[in-house]
Design a protein around this ligand. Structure first.
Ligand code: SF4
Length: 323
């Protein structure tokens, strides 16, 4: 399955508690998407369908930095009633229920993607201002008890966090949570994924923008292409279905690889999600570098006549920022 996402750059990250964003922060962020491909149409596609798609507490792709607020809590989450209903808190003024929460676990990353981070990295928030594991679990518990049924862990790079397995384990135990997902660059995933799966992670998105090792090094300013490919295979072997591969398409950089990515889906249970390049402060965005999802689709259709399109559907991804 190939999924094109319009106007949404999911890589860079999204925070449960965003405090510092440099771009515009609309209360809602919409993204169009449509799907096509060889096979492996996932049931999880529904996570992007309809009005109750993605609700991130603060999933604003225009963020180029964020800050987590400390709360005072002495212990772990207290049990909250969960009757599977959705609290008014999660229903927006259009009546849409937002049951998908994204939590950014760290702003650190072991890559330096050109469109995301400066080569020297970003100024890091002091640990004292970051949420502790207990605070994360407590907040997540409140959201799940209020109706959230899917949580995605992001960063930065979430696998960098040393307590990532414990966080997964505790989150997956929250009553009412159906999906615990992670978006990762895959650099250290081969080593960590078995334990993460044991800890309750049941959905994975791996970011990969190129199938060419030298280009990977150029785009991310780091080595590790092979490790990412191995992580994708490891996720397939461990039974993640589908394994989602997120690919940000930039004209003149990797746009000629679109059909190579499509080819990945022929024999493996992989969903490729093509993401439009979008502007952040400092990422040298230009409309000339943008490849629209319509153009991507045209290329797939014209080059790969053997691809049986499975219909197209514009879906909306609705993100709500609560700060
Ligand atoms: S993997 Fe790349 S896009 Fe994702 S947070 Fe790290 S630098 Fe940014």
């Amino acid at each position: 399955m190939i999924l094109f996402r319009s106007a949404l750059m999911m890589r860079r990250c999204v925070s449960l508690l965003v405090g510092r964003c440099f771009g515009p922060q609309p209360p809602f962020f919409l993204a169009g998407a449509f799907t096509s491909g060889f096979g492996h149409i996932p049931s999880s596609q529904s996570s992007y369908k309809g009005s109750n798609g993605c609700v991130s507490v603060s999933d604003d792709p225009s963020c180029s930095g964020y800050m987590a607020y400390t709360t005072s809590c002495a212990g772990l989450a207290e049990p909250l009633p969960n009757d599977n209903s959705v609290s008014d808190m999660l229903v927006d003024s259009f009546g849409r229920m937002h049951t998908y929460l994204r939590i950014s676990l760290t702003e650190r990353c072991n890559l330096r993607c050109q469109y995301c981070m400066p080569a020297e990295g970003v100024e890091l928030t002091p640990n004292s201002k970051l949420l502790s594991r207990n605070e994360i679990i407590r907040l997540a518990n409140i959201f799940v008890a209020s109706g959230v049924n899917k949580i995605r862990l992001t960063g930065g790079e979430p696998t960098i966090r040393s307590d990532i397995e414990d966080i997964c384990s505790q989150l997956s135990g929250l009553k009412g949570l159906k999906t615990l997902a992670m978006t990762t660059n895959g650099l250290v995933l081969t080593r960590k994924l078995p334990k993460l799966k044991e800890s309750g992670l049941n959905s994975i998105n791996i970011s990969l923008d190129t199938l060419v090792p030298a280009k990977f090094e150029f785009m991310t300013r780091r080595k590790g292409h092979n490790k990412v490919l191995e992580s994708i295979d490891a996720a397939v072997d461990l039974g993640f279905r589908p394994v989602k591969v997120n690919c940000v398409v930039i004209r003149g950089v990797n746009d000629e690889e679109i059909c190579d990515f499509v080819e990945l889906t022929r024999d493996k249970p992989i969903n490729v999600r093509f993401i439009e390049f979008m502007p952040f402060d400092g990422n040298v965005w230009s409309s000339k570098k943008l490849v629209s999802y319509a153009e991507m689709m045209d290329r797939v259709v014209s080059v790969s006549s053997s691809i049986a399109l499975r219909g197209s559907k514009i879906t909306q991804l609705t993100l709500q920022k609560i700060s």
